[in-house]
Design a protein around this ligand. Structure first.
Ligand code: B12
Ligand code: SF4
Ligand code: SF4
Length: 348
């Protein structure tokens, strides 16, 4: 049954499939999660502190669970140029260019569940993808999908880290897979590449410093000391994945539709009067989840970091505007442009 179940998941588009016991997490995961919360590394993501019981043990979420089928779905683009900083543009994380994965992958897992029900009538199985209070990477590691890199991303030995996770909690005792050994070795490229120095140490991320937190999750102003590090990322960040040598094994996406937008978007359209047009193109993408105000804040921030004088009129407009969040961000960005001009790093 276990082999057929994994084969079915692969037929549904999973690039990786493995089975873990639905058991309580132990060291290193349980203490690392406690430390994450105790240090406040979750920032404003209060949901990570809620339902702590089920993050320690999936059975607090589904008491009947005995096994967990974990699947990895690639969003790789082998051969594609990695996003470059382009004048007047902001970069999007790679996953964000494709239609939102949450519903798509949950429905793939529901299809696996329906197949399982046909094979084993009366079986209980519940699908999850990202949104449920479960430490998905810990179960995926236990299911042998890969090892957790020093950047905390799960890495598959034949896939790299450009894949997303989804799972199925099942009330059957199934044979479990063996974990993949760690292959990071002495490498530390991801730790050195992080633009906001967000790693407290290897495999321990202060998420409140991570660019993906600052430009996706954080509602208020980005802390001043971290603004320069955000650079031109307007939604998410891939810096710690782009440098990972294992990503030379990235595979084309099978279960996810192709990217809908370029990896660089025009900043004036994100923040300025053209934003309605660009937002129409972003419909159905993860980036559409960000409220307009947050995306505008991100674009204004990237304008300040760009050193590009052409952004000055848009920034001056927001600096004089009524929204205090955007006005403050625009004033900071204007001051940063002044600074770049003084230092001679001006772009026209
Ligand atoms: C909250 C969250 C975020 C937060 C916090 C990230 C984080 N590292 O915790 C923010 C907004 C910053 C974020 C960013 C991103 N995220 Co996110 N995120 C989540 C979410 C919802 C919860 C993660 C969580 O619970 N973190 C809590 C901390 C404590 O967990 P952890 O970092 O994994 O820490 C573990 C390790 O440190 C381990 N550990 C500690 N010491 C040691 C030592 C050893 C030897 C070992 C083996 C392990 C180990 O123990 C800890 C507990 O398991 C998950 C989905 C889910 N429900 O799981 C997606 C998820 C982790 N995110 C995902 C993605 C794709 C991203 C981004 C790449 C998006 C982007 N391009 O911008 C970035 C990557 C940033 C990064 N370096 O992690 C994917 C990751 C897929 C993969 N291949 O790993 C997930 C699984 C979503 C999904 N369903 O696919 N994310
Ligand atoms: S996603 Fe970017 S900011 Fe976050 S840990 Fe990785 S490199 Fe650092
Ligand atoms: S960049 Fe190096 S240290 Fe970081 S996850 Fe990849 S292999 Fe591991």
């Amino acid at each position: 049954m276990a082999a057929a179940l994994k084969a079915r998941a692969r037929a549904e588009g999973a690039d990786l499939a493995g089975i873990a016991a639905a058991a309580a997490l132990t060291a290193p995961d349980a203490p690392a999660y406690e430390q994450f919360l105790a240090c406040g590394w979750h920032g404003e993501m209060d949901y990570l502190a809620r339902n702590a019981d089920s993050r320690r043990d999936i059975r607090a979420w589904m008491p009947e669970a005995r096994s967990v089928l974990m699947c990895g779905f690639s969003y790789g683009e082998p051969g594609a140029q990695k996003p470059r900083s382009r004048p007047g543009h902001g970069r999007l994380a790679r996953y964000a260019r494709r239609p939102d994965y949450h519903g798509l992958l949950r429905s793939r897992m529901n299809a696996v569940r329906d197949w399982l029900r046909e094979q084993a009538p009366g079986v209980k199985a519940v699908a999850f993808c990202d949104m449920s209070p479960i430490l998905e990477r810990a179960y995926a590691r236990a299911a042998g999908l890969g090892w957790q890199g020093k950047n905390t991303l799960l890495i598959g030995p034949r896939l790299g880290s450009y894949f997303l996770l989804a799972g199925l909690a099942i009330d059957l005792d199934l044979p479990v897979d063996s974990p993949e050994p760690d292959h990071c070795g002495s490498c530390r490229r991801c730790l050195d590449a992080c633009p906001t120095d967000a790693f407290a140490r290897e495999r321990a991320l202060d998420a409140s410093r991570c660019v993906a937190y600052l430009n996706i999750e954080l509602k208020g102003p980005v802390p001043e000391g971290l603004r320069a590090g955000v650079g031109d990322w307007v939604y998410g960040c891939d810096a710690c994945q782009e440098v990972c040598p294992w990503n030379r094994f990235e595979a084309p996406a099978r279960a996810l539709p192709p990217p809908k937008v370029a990896s660089e978007l025009p900043l004036d359209q994100l923040a300025g009067p053209g934003s309605a047009g660009v937002r129409a193109r972003l419909k159905g993408l993860p980036v559409a989840r960000a409220v307009r105000r947050r995306l505008t804040r991100n674009a204004l921030l990237a304008m300040g970091n760009s050193g590009d004088e052409r952004h000055r009129p848009v920034l001056e407009g927001f600096a004089a505007g009524a929204d205090p969040l955007l006005a403050e961000q625009a004033r900071w960005s204007l001051a940063r442009l002044d600074d770049s001009a003084r230092r001679g790093t001006i772009t026209r």
